[in-house]
Design a protein around this ligand. Structure first.
Ligand SMILES: O=P(O)(O)OC[C@H]1O[C@H](O[C@H]2O[C@H](CO)[C@@H](O)[C@H](O)[C@H]2O)[C@H](O)[C@@H](O)[C@@H]1O
Length: 259
């Protein structure tokens, strides 16, 4: 009997899950992990995420087994990642690659237009104040309008965010799960990963990348291009060759790989 059958899922209920997906030998591998929806379950609100004790325990084990070749690659700001994962001391790529914390030092990928970010954050905050179910998340390099509490307002959120993103030179709209974000153009998880991958201890390794969201797709394609493993978590369409249904299933599979 397969694991998903043991867990009570009927075959056909969900996209194919590759519990036996091939992974490179740990001694020559590196591991890149998205955060929301990949390491932790999606929550109703950005600040509602719960990090199960299994996650820091897994990261500590993986860092040891892979000799420090583990990085978190997220749309979250570095500050939020540090708050959720206080014990993780490896590289954090935050704000979709616009921020990086490496060897304890946080920098931005390049200089972004702080005045424009400030205007965008104020406009989105003002707009959201008109509807109690909208939530605003500010980041050092952008702003997110969340509509998970008012999903019928998704089209309105898109119209507003799309129009101000179009007016803001150097920025673009990033659709996400029940959210629209405005972020600097020319930043991306794949671009930040390629930079990190040029440096020790990652250079020359075979990458394993796991992610769930649209912003992970270029990074999943990048990992496959490097001859590595690309793992989609969840049910959304993907370029990845492999899929697992949940953060728990991912940790189970990676735990077995590194045991
Ligand atoms: O790249 P990730 O680590 O996957 O981060 C992507 C975004 O995740 C967060 O928003 C999403 O998760 C929230 C909590 O589960 C959920 O309420 C929201 O609807 C999702 O869009 C985070 O708030 C964003 O900043 C990240 O970009």
């Amino acid at each position: 009997m397969l694991y998903y059958q043991m867990m009570g899922f009927m075959e056909g209920d969900r996209p194919r899950a590759d519990y036996d997906l091939p992974l490179p030998p740990p001694d020559t591998a590196s591991l890149f992990l998205d955060f929301d929806g990949t390491l932790v379950d999606i929550a109703d609100r950005p600040d509602g995420v719960v990090v199960p004790p299994l996650v820091p325990a897994f990261l500590e084990m993986a860092q040891k087994r892979l000799a420090g070749r583990v990085a978190i690659v997220s749309g979250r700001s570095v500050a939020q990642l540090e708050a959720f994962l206080p014990d993780f001391d490896g590289p954090l790529i935050g704000s979709h690659g616009a921020e990086r914390r490496i060897a304890g030092e946080t920098t931005q990928a390049r200089e972004f237009d702080a005045d424009r970010i400030d205007v965008l954050q104020r406009m989105v905050t003002d707009f959201a104040s008109l509807h109690p179910a909208f939530l605003v998340e500010t980041k050092p390099t952008g702003v997110v309008l969340h509509y998970r509490q008012a999903q019928e307002q998704g089209a309105l959120a898109l119209r507003f965010m799309d129009s101000i993103a179009a007016a803001a030179d150097g920025f673009r709209l990033q659709p996400a799960l029940c959210a629209y974000e405005i972020k600097p153009d020319s930043v991306g998880k794949d671009i930040a990963l390629a930079d990190l991958f040029d440096t020790a201890p990652f250079a020359g390794t075979t990458p394993v990348y796991a992610g769930d969201d649209l912003t992970d797709e270029p990074a999943l394609a990048w990992a496959a291009d490097q001859g590595g493993a690309a793992i989609k978590v969840g049910e959304a369409d993907t370029v990845a060759a492999h899929r697992l249904p949940s953060p728990q299933a991912l940790l189970d599979r990676l735990g077995a790989w590194l045991a």
